[in-house]
Design a protein around this ligand. Structure first.
Ligand SMILES: [Zn+2]
Length: 490
């Protein structure tokens, strides 16, 4: 008998503090594939969908793949788009023997704080209680009881930077095959504590995550659970279920719950651990100045707070202003997301000079307002290229109309579709060789490390006070559960 499997991807990490609503256009501008376009885009890639298609071939599944879509982290997903994607998935559920999903786990819509819980509940009510539903999630998923209750397995990435989407989807596919064959009948238990932020933001190079992942390995190897999944959670969301969690997938829900609770005790014990050390902006600039004659390996300065990967606007200018004020030489800056400036550069044309107001337009109070620059337009592209780095997996990316603006010794990349720096192609596609720069500046918390740490002589992090500032204690949380550490004495 040939099993019919529904495969779909619908991903968004929602920063509920962002003023930018995430609509259909945002998804279409980022990643949006339907039906027959999907195998061609993802077959043979080391992506989640690449793994799903390989598994289908191995197990002889007949696959229905209605949609693969994701957008850069930003504000709440519109109800219209969420409902449209849900309907598209539900309409493909007819007669399926199993469901394999790639979700984020921290999506909030205008109506539903728990977007994935709502989606899984809709799918469950359509397919009924006996069809296995497996979901691969981001390590920064905000897990809820609703998600656990409506899935048969929840499997989060085990790497940050996230480079194991392919492996985790294979793991989900293997479980799905076993569940469809009646070998296993898994359920998911989830455990949380009153914690807003812990696990060093999910850094898998830090002791708390390393310890939990290795305990999870031992539990899985001993056959006590099918999957032990550790989620760091996502703190830029004003939602009830905020915070880190453990999800355990097993045939026996009671033992799964006790394993999850025990591991969560460790998360509580380790809640104060942090490896994040910010360099004051003036010191970062001084360090760059001292090394500006070098063209072998760059100093990499990462702006943690304007990380588009956590929903920041990617147009904050405080760091760029400091770089320009210091007249730093041989710098590559990625990026300012400013579609208006990109169009102005295009209108001026390559080889010409343009004067424009750059960046800081979405919310000037978050990391610096627009700055006036006169720049040489060095290159223009449509922003599309294939990302071959460890996080790219060989899939195409699209940052929209992009410009390379040269101001003194600083090469500034201006993009139209927001995104953090995770692949060298984000520089090289505009003709900038990052390995030859004295200083590379990226907006990213951790993901940049996969591609940029190996080419760097040193990495330092700064917090310029943009939307994703580490100073989250001042965020206007209203909907999170209280009391919660570290906001309340616990
Ligand atoms: Zn993540």
């Amino acid at each position: 008998m040939v099993n019919r499997v529904l495969v779909a991807e619908f991903m968004h990490e929602t920063n509920t503090f962002s003023v930018q609503v995430t609509d259909e256009n945002a998804f279409r501008n980022s990643c949006y594939y339907l039906d027959n376009d999907i195998p061609g885009a993802f077959g043979g890639t080391r992506t989640s969908m690449g793994a799903a298609f390989e598994a289908a071939e191995k197990y002889g599944w007949s696959v229905v793949h209605p949609i693969v879509t994701s957008a850069n982290p930003s504000g709440r997903v519109t109800d219209d788009f969420f409902d449209a994607v849900s309907e598209r998935i539900l309409n493909s559920c007819q007669g399926v023997d199993g469901v394999l999903l790639h979700l984020h786990g921290s999506m909030s819509t205008q109506t539903h704080d728990d977007g994935e819980g709502e989606l899984l509940a809709r799918i469950r009510s359509r397919v009924g209680p006996n069809i296995p539903i497996m979901a691969v999630l981001d390590l920064h998923a905000t897990l809820t009881q609703k998600m656990a209750a409506n899935a048969n397995a929840l499997i989060s990435y085990r790497t940050y930077p996230h480079i194991d989407q392919y492996e985790r989807t294979w793991q989900a596919a293997e479980l799905l095959e076993k569940a469809m064959g009646g070998e296993i009948s898994p359920k998911v238990a989830v455990s949380r504590r009153p914690i807003l932020y812990a696990l060093d933001g999910g850094r898998t190079t830090s002791p708390p995550m390393m310890e939990l992942l290795s305990r999870g390995d031992r539990i899985e190897a001993a056959g006590q659970a099918l999957v032990v999944s550790v989620q760091a959670g996502f703190s830029s969301a004003d939602v009830q279920d905020i915070g880190p969690s453990i999800a355990v997938t097993a045939n026996d829900l009671t033992s799964a719950q006790s394993i999850a609770d025990e591991l969560m005790d460790y998360v509580w014990e380790q809640r104060t651990f942090s490896s994040i050390h910010f360099t004051p902006l003036e010191q970062a600039i001084a360090k760059a100045k001292a090394g500006e004659g070098r063209a072998d390996k760059p100093l990499v300065i990462a702006d943690y707070s304007d990380n588009p990967g956590s929903g920041a606007y990617g147009d904050a200018t405080r760091l760029l202003q400091a770089v320009l004020d210091a007249d730093l030489q041989n710098v590559g800056f990625y990026a300012i997301c400013d579609p208006e400036a990109a169009l102005q550069a295009q209108a001026a044309g390559v080889g010409n000079s343009v004067t424009l107001m750059l960046g800081g337009k979405v919310d000037p109070s978050m990391g610096g307002g627009p700055i006036k620059v006169t720049a040489h337009v060095a290159a223009l592209t449509d922003g599309s290229f294939i990302a071959y780095g460890p996080m790219g997996g060989g899939a195409r990316r699209n940052y929209g109309l992009s410009a390379l603006l040269r101001v003194g010794g600083v090469e500034i990349i201006v993009i139209s579709h927001n995104g953090q720096a995770t692949d060298l192609g984000q520089f090289t596609s505009l003709g900038v060789d990052p390995t030859r720069k004295s200083t590379i500046i990226v907006k990213s918390m951790q993901h940049f490390r996969a591609a940029f740490e190996p080419i760097s002589r040193e990495v330092i992090e700064v917090d310029t006070g943009a939307l994703s500032t580490r100073n989250f204690l001042e965020r206007p949380y209203k909907n999170i559960r209280r009391p919660i550490w570290p906001l309340d004495p616990l």
